[in-house]
Unconditional design. Structure first.
Lengths: 106, 358
């Protein structure tokens, strides 16, 4: 994965924090995913504008007792997994996720 | 999914809510349990506020239903708002107002599934039930649009005396359209308690036929085997998700444990949703009921396997009592009458006056 990596939640998902874990459903195929607290923090911060390394520094390293290198490796693995399931977008440049209200209505 | 439900139950979270945004409808189905007049629907702003509250309460699955949802001019605004709040949205509709652009819009808003009521594959039967000429053709066309746009479409087929023989045809239609089909032999009393429409329900023999149809029931020997009496674990369990992890909100803001359980617990126009959910005495009464508390059912031979609906029991007069519709289903599956049915079968006929001389 490149040094600067941007992540954004896909729009075809439903999600809700429940008891500290993020429940996510892909509305494409109704597959359900659960993220633990650390992964949930990354999910919530995935706005397409904040680089992953910044997310890790600000939301993981400050909150959890983990080295930056380890946290970065784990975060990269996570976002690759989420992207492979089509519920997260990963890019080497800023992502402007299509706002639901901006979807065309002819 | 089971794990998610168990967690919501443990945390007291309303995982699934059905929100009816209108009772108005452009069909007049013979078996419908609703009054279709508009008696003061929540405004757009009120619904937005409610959706905010539902998201805050932890609701994940939001079923938007009616009435016919597309009759509300702000339907797409409501849908868009719900998706922005990240609900997993499911729609129930007759689809009469869904053309290609509506289907495209619903898809773009990432709706999880769209349920469309189809009563028969034959227009003369379906249209007679909906009382709208041409309604079958329009609903089928809409299903094609929805499916073409990649939406998960579910045909819901309610079985009644009028359409009982047509369910294989509806299933074949669903196959042809490439969509899912569910079959439900339950006709629900009207929300005002009127039970006259129950006469439309299929009879005992037809019900037996459904429950023994190998095309519908995957594991027939298991499904129809000798029932299991409730054990200690079952006796301590709760009857269903109504009021535990699910509830229903009417177009007027009334909150009930379920759409089939019209026990008023509060109104979101007067009280915050979470206060109703957490503190309503009625909601807490529903929650307090375990299988052990059910008269008849706790000692019934079907106690361990019955699909008893507490809402139907409530509409029969006692939320702790049996639901005869479910007793009939258990009987149809196994041939063994429930405690409730045994009592009904042995009851003497109602006393009548016969005039024998003038």
């Amino acid at each position: 994965m490149t040094e600067k990596c941007y992540v954004a939640r896909d729009t075809h998902v439903a999600s809700r924090l429940m008891g500290g874990e993020m429940m996510i459903m892909s509305t494409r195929d109704s597959t359900l995913f659960t993220l633990n607290g650390v992964a949930s923090a990354i999910w919530e911060a995935a706005d397409g504008k904040t680089p992953l390394d910044e997310i890790v520094t600000d939301h993981i390293c400050k909150e959890y007792d983990v080295s930056r290198e380890q946290a970065m490796m784990d975060a990269e693995t996570l976002v690759e997994q989420l992207a492979s399931h089509g519920i997260m977008i990963v890019s080497d440049h800023e992502i402007v996720p299509p706002e639901i209200s901006q979807v065309s209505w002819k | 999914m089971h794990e998610m439900g168990a967690k919501a139950l443990r945390l007291g979270i309303p995982l699934a809510v059905q929100l009816d945004i209108t009772y108005r409808c452009n069909e007049r189905c013979v078996h419908c349990y609703l009054d279709h007049d508009d008696r003061g629907e929540m405004t757009t702003v009120e619904i937005e506020g409610l959706l905010d509250q539902l998201a805050e309460a932890g609701v994940f699955f939001l079923t938007i239903s009616g009435g016919e949802v597309l009759l509300r001019k702000d339907f797409f605004h409501i849908l868009e708002y719900a998706r922005k709040r990240s609900f997993c949205v499911r729609l129930k509709t007759n689809a009469l107002m869904i053309g290609e652009k509506e289907a495209e819009r619903i898809r773009s808003l990432a709706v999880e599934s769209v349920q469309v009521s189809i009563y028969s594959h034959r227009p003369e039967v379906h249209d007679a039930i909906t009382k709208v000429t041409g309604s079958l053709a329009r609903s089928i066309q809409a299903i094609r649009f929805l499916h073409q746009h990649g939406l998960h479409v579910i045909i819901a087929n309610v079985l009644m005396v009028q359409n009982f023989g047509d369910y294989p045809g509806v299933r074949a239609l669903a196959d042809e359209l490439g969509v899912q089909c569910t079959i439900d032999p339950t006709v629900t009393p009207m929300m005002d308690g009127n039970r006259s429409i129950l006469n439309l329900g299929i009879d005992r023999e037809s019900l037996k036929e459904v429950f023994h149809d190998t095309a519908l029931v995957k594991d027939l020997p298991d499904s129809c085997s000798v029932p299991i009496t409730a054990d200690e674990e079952v006796l301590d369990s709760t009857p269903c998700s109504a009021g535990h992890t699910a509830c229903y909100v009417s177009p007027y803001g009334d909150v009930y444990p379920c759409v089939q359980f019209p026990l008023p617990t509060g109104n979101v126009r007067k009280t915050k949703f979470l206060d109703i959910w957490n503190y309503s005495p009625q909601m807490n009464e529903v929650r307090a009921i375990t299988i052990r508390d059910l008269t008849n059912c706790s000692v019934c031979v079907h106690g361990g396997s019955c699909s008893r609906c507490p809402g139907l029991a409530f509409m029969e007069g006692n939320m702790r009592g049996p639901s005869t519709a479910d007793c009939e289903k258990s009987f149809a599956r196994t041939g063994i009458p429930s405690e409730n049915l045994k009592r009904k079968m042995s009851s003497p006929s109602a006393p009548t006056l016969v005039q024998i001389s003038t």
